[in-house]
Write a protein that binds this ligand. Sequence first.
Ligand code: HEM
Length: 455
Amino acid sequence: MPGTQIPSMPGGYPFLGHALQLRARPLEFVQALRKRGAIVAFRLGTMDAYAVNHPDLIRQMLVTDAKSFVKGRMFEKGRLVARNGLFTSEGDFHLRQRRIIQPLLRRAHIQQYTATMRELAHAQVETWRDGQDIRMDRELFDLSLATVTRGLFSTRLGEDGTAAVCRSLPVLLEGLGRRAVAPVDLLDKLPTVMNYRFARALAQMHRVIEDIIADHRIRPASSEDLLAALLAARDEQTGEGMSDEQVYDEVVTMLIAGTETTAGALSWACYLLSRHPHIQDRLQAELDAHLGDRDVAFDDLAQLPFLQQVIAETLRLHPSTWMLMRSPVTDITLGGHILPAGAIVLFSIYALQRDPSLYPHPDVFDPDRWSPERAAQLHKDAYIPFGAGIRGCAGEQFARAEMAVILSVILRRYTLHPDASGRPARPIVRLIPMPSAMPLTVHRRPHGRGSQEFR
Ligand code: HEM
C-alpha cells in the first residue's frame, strides 16, 4: 500500500541528522540501517534520505526502473573530479559514451590486456626477495595503476607520475566521500586544510592526465587502446569528434574507477590467503596442476574454478564500494512506499553482501560458498560487487582478468604469510574502503614457477 510510513533510523542529531554516524562509523552505520527493514528513512543534515536494503528493491532501482533514477548527490560531488565522464554523466550522453567505451573493455580486448597484466606483474614480483616483508597494499596499488595506464592508455607514467597519483588519489577519494555525506554543501567552500589539500590533489591529478593525453598524441603507441578509441570516436549524427575536455573526463574516470578498486580487492585477497593457509595451499595446487610449467594466459582463467571462487568471496567481503546513491526523477513507488522525486537514496553493497539472512556466517572467508551447488542456494540479487544494470561496472571483465592474472603470478612464485607483527588490517573508508597498511611476508616457493630466475 503506497504511502505507508517508512521506518526511521533513530539517533539523528538536530541540524546534522545522521551525518556524524555516517562519517565516523560508516560500515557499522550502513549495517545498522539494514537491520531496520527493506527501506529506512534517515537524515543527512536537514535533508531526508532513504536506505534501500532489500535485494529485490535494489534490483528494481538499478535494473527494472533504472530510467526513473539519476545517480544523485554522491555523483554530483564526484563531478568535481571525474567531471562528465562515464561514472558521473547521465541520460543519452552517458549512453553514447558507454557505447564507445564498453567494447574496448570486453573479451576481445581483455585478451590483449592480459598479456600486459602478466608482464607487469612479473616485473613487480621479480623485485621481491625470499622472506621479505612487503607492503602489499602499496605494491598492488602501483601494479593496478600501471595496468590501467599501460593497458588502456599505452603510457608508462614514470616515477613522478606514479608518485603524483599515489599522493593525490587517496586525498581525492577521501574528499569526495566526505562531501557526499556532509550535512551542508557550504563545508566544501570553506578555506580549511582539507579543502586546500583536495584542491592541490586535483591540480596534481590534472597534470598527470594532461601528460597522458599529450604523450599519446605525440606517439600513439597502440591504435587499439581505449585512449586511441576516444580520440578517434565520431558522433554518428554530427560526425564530430570528442572534445579535449571530454577525452580528459573519460581518462580521469578510468584512472579513478580502475585503480584503487582493483588494488583494494587484490590486497584483501592476498591478506585473506595469508590468514587462511589451507585455502592458499589449495589454490596453489589448482594453479600448479592446471598450468604445469606455463604461465597463466587469458584462456586459462575460465578453467581455474577455485581461483574464481576465491575472487568471488573476496569481492563479497570487500566490495570496492561501501555505499552508492541514486535519486528518483519523479515520485516512485518502491516496496510499497513512495519515495519523492529528488530524494537522496542510498544503497550499500557492503551491507547487502554481509547480511546474515542472505549469507550464513557472513564474516567468514569461505570460497566454497561459490561452489556451483552452494551458489545455487543463494539469493540471485544479493551479490552485486560490480553493481547492476546500465550503470553497472564498465570495467568488470577487465578487473576480473586483472585480479586472476596478478594472483596467479604471485602465487605461482610465492607463499604469503602474515608479517611478524601479525597485526590485522582494517578497512579505511574513503569513497572506496581501502585496507590499512598491509605488511605481508613473502616466501619463495621452492619448486614454484620462476624459481630458477631468482637463484
Ligand atoms: C574489483 C574492481 C572493481 C569493482 C568492485 C568495481 C565496482 C563498480 C561498481 C559497483 C560500479 C557501479 C556504481 C554505481 O552503480 O553507481 C562501477 C562502475 C564503474 N566502473 Fe568499476 N569496479 C571495479 C573496477 C573497475 C575498473 C578496472 C574499471 C576501468 C577499467 C572500472 C570502471 C568503471 C566505470 C567507468 C564505471 C561507471 C559505469 C557507468 O556508469 O556507465 N571499474 N564499478
